[in-house]
Design a protein around this ligand. Structure first.
Ligand code: DHB
Length: 480
């Protein structure tokens, strides 16, 4: 009796000790079996839901991770050539509009994948059916608050997703799936998060923020990025938008329509004129090694490169039997799209946003709201909009926060471990941000030696997860 009491105490103490040492160790006994029929097959998984992924959570509604593991992996079986040891981990986020996000789920998985537009996404179920382990993290966003003020302003969302990656790496040995093969996926603001995860692996800039929430002691670099229409490069995106759409004077912003007034036209002209200087200083190269540039009018081989992606998209559409004539933008000869008239294509595309498209002069855009602080709702993040602000109390965000929200600052940088593999899609009918933003991302990756699969899918608006078979073909091609 005495001995067994003593043993119990010993056991409790040692258990407590182990727990105290590893507060972020995944409890592999705490799961629920879930099943779902998909494509004629019953998918059975162990579901570890709402696992808190940081030691000092400040938001228990968002610092939670859902992990789904195919049951086959607990019976030493293989799926699609993958085993419990080799299965890649698919890491979709549901961030949209830089808002707070819940983790994706397996049951009722046809919730929105992320971003502000597009159909529901089946990505979680599709990934599991192809043998991937799925992990999806919640993340704070620009409207989160507690008694101390705002809690989800930049860089909170990306810090949270990095912390979730650290949790997965920290638990690699106790969990099925290979944490060296994490593939992130997201759309729009969630696409931006995905590119940030890929660009900024292990970068010290995020360390104090990760420490504050008690992220696991592990690395946070990832293997691959999938991003749909990423809303990135925010501090340069206003210029890119006007370079592209300066001649389009009417807008349709999610149903709010109108015409640019003289003041807006002047803003558009200013921003358009500033774009070539930005672009020329990037020192991007085309495939033959020639520097990509624009002249003062905004013409040059960079514009030709953007046009070449539009032409490639149209060619694919034409080959599949789509009639391009209503766009009035293409020259077609013998089944070949020979060229695109850029201005005519913009008329077909239409303008969504008024200038400046991101750093709004009234300081009220999603992005102004993203760059707030614990005590300030909205801030500017460009010199131009700060200087021309209509909000008398507006301030400019600090350089470091702006830097940390832009993957372009980190790709291939010595201080980051950038993901090796990238897949970026931006719809050829998407006007939430300019095509140049996606082309600059793809070209930077290509120039710096990363593997990039990039296209503007024909007719696609602002959406994601619309080509899941192709997405997982790509994922298999880099994992196998
Ligand atoms: C999203 C869309 C936008 O137009 C934007 O400026 C920011 C985010 C989105 O869909 O996530």
């Amino acid at each position: 009796m005495k001995i067994s009491l003593w043993c119990n105490i010993c056991w409790l103490l040692s258990f407590g000790f182990i727990q105290a040492q590893n507060p972020l160790r995944l409890d592999t006994s705490k799961y629920e079996i879930q099943t779902q029929d998909f494509n004629g097959k019953t998918i059975k998984v162990r579901a570890f839901e709402r696992v808190v992924y940081v030691a000092n959570p400040i938001d228990l509604n968002h610092h939670v991770l859902n992990i789904y593991i195919p049951e086959e992996y607990f019976n030493n079986e293989k799926i699609n050539g993958y085993s419990a040891e080799t299965a890649p981990i698919f890491f979709p986020n549901r961030v949209g509009g830089y808002m707070p996000a819940q983790p994706a789920t397996f049951i009722n998985s046809s919730q929105k994948g992320g971003g502000m537009g597009g159909p529901p996404s089946n990505a979680v179920v599709m990934a599991l059916s192809k043998g991937y382990v799925v992990a999806s993290a919640g993340a704070r966003g620009r409207t989160n608050k507690n008694a101390n003020g705002n809690t989800g302003k930049a860089p909170a969302g990306i810090v949270d997703l990095k912390a979730a990656i650290r949790f997965l790496k920290f638990n690699d040995k106790v969990m099925a799936g290979d944490a060296n093969k994490i593939i992130s996926n997201g759309t729009s603001a969630g696409g931006a998060m995905s590119t940030l995860l890929g660009a900024t692996g292990n970068n010290a800039d995020y360390e104090p923020f990760l420490k504050e929430i008690g992220a696991a002691n592990a690395t946070d670099d990832i293997f691959a990025v999938s991003a749909y229409c990423p809303i990135i490069n925010l501090e340069n995106a206003d210029m890119a938008y006007e370079w592209q759409l300066n001649k389009i004077k009417t807008y349709n912003f999610r149903g709010r329509t109108g015409e640019l007034n003289a003041e807006s036209i002047k803003v558009s002209d200013d921003l358009k004129a500033a774009f070539p200087n930005y672009l020329n200083n990037l020192n991007l190269r085309n495939e033959s090694g020639k520097k990509l540039t624009l002249d003062a009018e905004g013409n040059g081989n960079f514009k030709e490169l953007v046009k070449s992606f539009i032409v490639a998209s149209a060619q694919k559409a034409l080959t599949s039997g789509i009639d391009l004539s209503k766009t009035n933008a293409f020259e077609v000869k013998d089944g070949k799209v020979v060229s695109v008239d850029f201005d005519a294509y913009m008329v077909y595309l239409e303008r969504m946003k008024t200038p400046p498209a991101f750093d709004a002069l009234d300081n009220k855009s999603f992005e102004n709201n993203l760059f707030g602080t614990a005590s300030i709702e909205n801030r500017h993040f460009t010199e131009y909009s700060s200087k021309h602000s209509k909000d008398p109390s507006a301030t400019l965000a600090d350089k470091q926060t702006i830097k940390m929200m832009n993957p372009m600052n980190y790709i291939g940088d010595k201080s980051s471990k950038t993901a090796k593999n990238w897949r970026v899609r931006h719809g050829a009918k998407d006007r939430d941000t300019g095509f140049a933003i996606a082309v600059i991302l793809a070209t930077t990756l290509q120039n710096k030696g990363f593997k990039i699969d990039f296209a503007l899918p024909w007719g696609v608006q602002h959406a994601g997860d619309y080509d899941l078979e192709e997405l997982f073909d790509w994922a298999d091609s880099i994992c196998k």
